[in-house]
Structure formats: structure tokens, C-alpha cells
Design a binder for this molecule. Sequence first.
Ligand SMILES: Nc1ncnc2c1ncn2[C@@H]1O[C@H](COP(=O)(O)OP(=O)(O)O)[C@@H](O)[C@H]1O
Ligand SMILES: [Mg+2]
Length: 326
Amino acid sequence: MTLEDLIEVVRGKGGKPHIVIVIGKGGVGKTTVSIMLGDLLSRSGKTLIVSLDQAKHLVKYLSLKDTHKVTRIDGGLHAVQFDLEKESRKFTAEYSRLLKQIMPGLKVLNVEKAADTIKNSPGFEEEVYLRYLETLYSNRDFDYIVVDTPPTGVTLRILNLPRTYMFWLGNLIELRTKIASLKYSISRVMGEKAEAKDPVLDKLYELRDRYQTLMKNLVDDSRTSYVLVATPEPLPVYEVEKTVHTLQDLGASVTGIVVNRIIEDEMAKRLGVYEVQRDSIGSILNLKCKGSCIRVGIMMNRTPPDTLEKAREAARKTISLAAPLP
Ligand SMILES: Nc1ncnc2c1ncn2[C@@H]1O[C@H](COP(=O)(O)OP(=O)(O)O)[C@@H](O)[C@H]1O
Ligand SMILES: [Mg+2]
């Protein structure tokens, strides 16, 4: 199986845009593989590579000038770097507006304090990423969007968030329904004008709908493909195994696993990494995953494939993992 085979499967899935989420440990080649996949996909449709990785290697590899604007790279290929800081600011501002809107009694000082608390809450960054991911599904300017993610731990937390939210929102809606009906009854008893609509409850319903849709998209094979990347070493392989399980647990399936930077046997023996490499590839091949789960190997390049041209060149040297190494 080669990268082309993997692309073939992705192409056959449909969905506009179809989102390809690339996951792996830091340094294994996620950004490089994202460029390879984006480049190949751009031959059959307008493609955007989005890097959520704050290491911002995409900017370097593709020489993006205005990093946060969608830039056309070549043919149908486009790229953009996600700016966590900027999006976080936008997000807290949005929260402050919402707070003022649903709790008009709140003083400015309190709103600012609440916004500060939100910014420093655990899970805030993941939430910002998730919101951005949500916007990608409705970006109909592109046929394909390749998402280069932050390191595995953060990514898995992001993907788990909608499920956690659904649980919380379910409970909150129940609680708020009771509060709203009590408020309504009390107002009527007191002879005041009773407001049947509750803005907080409306907001909770709206959020629940949004996360439900997002959760559905994330596990829908026709909207989303997951490509996992590892180097032939124990830790990156372990992270791939963990990711396969987490994704399957969520109800999503893995479309491809790429083992990147494979060293030729002779060289691997000389470097004393032959056994480790062989065992790591063996673990990837033995991994049980539902769906097509295409496994591709990419050889270690003599020079880092840190430009589009070089990445293209390196992408041609993909190998089938089941066959003996060259
Ligand atoms: N097939 C390869 N051969 C040689 N070097 C590679 C290969 N793939 C990636 N690299 C290099 O490995 C380093 C990490 O790659 P990168 O794509 O930035 O990883 P990540 O996005 O996972 O952190 C970079 O210096 C990159 O040029
Ligand atoms: Mg990267």
C-alpha cells in the first residue's frame, strides 16, 4: 500500500469538505505528512492544509508569509496556520458578550473576571481548538481539508470533548428546566409578568445541538478520515495504538497509518536500531483496527523534506509495510 492508495480511499468517501485529521507524537512528521497528503489530494479537488500545531512548522516548510491567512501554495493547494492566542482572545470576547446577554445584571467588572476565569480553566485551549474544528466542517470553499494537529495528548482530549460536553449539557438542561419552571411559577404567584422563555435554557439547547452535530461529523466516515503517523520507535508506536483505541471508543475508524522515517536495513543495522525498527513496524502491522486502515511506510530522506518540492519527492518513496524493506 502506498500514499496513493490511501488518497484513493479518502477520495472515494465524499463529503464537502472531507476532513483528514493527521495525528501523532510531536516530531514524527505530522506536518510533513500533512503536506504530502494535501498535495496529493489537491490534484482532485481544492485542498486546504490547516496546522493547529503551535510549533508552526507548516509556516516554515511552505514559506507562508501572512501566516494566518489562507494562502494558495500551488495549483489547488492552500495552507493556513492556526493562531491559538488570537482565537483564544476571540473566544473569551464572545463569552463575555454571551454572559452580558444572558445575565444583564452582571457588572462589567464581574464579566471581565468571569472571562479571565474561563481563559484559565482546564480544557480551555482544547475548547478553542474544537470550536475551530467545528468551523472547518462548514467551510464549503474546499473539497478537502487536511488538519495537522497538536501532539497526540491534546488532540485526543479535543476529540473527547464533545462527548463530555453532551453529558454535562444533558444534566445542565435538566437542572435549568427545573429552575426555569420554578421561576415561572413564582412570578405568576407573585402576580408579576411571567416570562416563559428562558435565555439560558435556549443557549444550553443550542450548545447541545452544536456538539451533537460535531460529534456526528467526527465519527462519520464520509466526513472525516483519520491518518495516524509514527516513526518506527516504541513511544510513537505506542501513541498510535492508544489513538486507535480512543478513536474506536468514540465510534470513529482509522483510515491510514503512516510509519515515517524508516531507515534502510543495512544502515539500521549499522546504527544498532534494526531490531527496534523491525519490532515497531511489526506492532503496527499487528494492530487490529476496523475499517480499511491502510498502512504505509515512508523512508528516511537524507535531507529533511522541509519544502513542498522535497516533501513531494519524499512522498514518492513510500513503501508497502508488509513487503521486506529495501
Ligand atoms: N521522511 C523523512 N525523512 C527525513 N526527515 C524527515 C522525514 N519526515 C519528516 N522529517 C523531518 O523530521 C522533522 C519533524 O518533522 P515534522 O513534520 O515537523 O514533525 P511533526 O509535525 O510531527 O512535529 C523535521 O525536521 C522534518 O523535516
Ligand atoms: Mg508539526
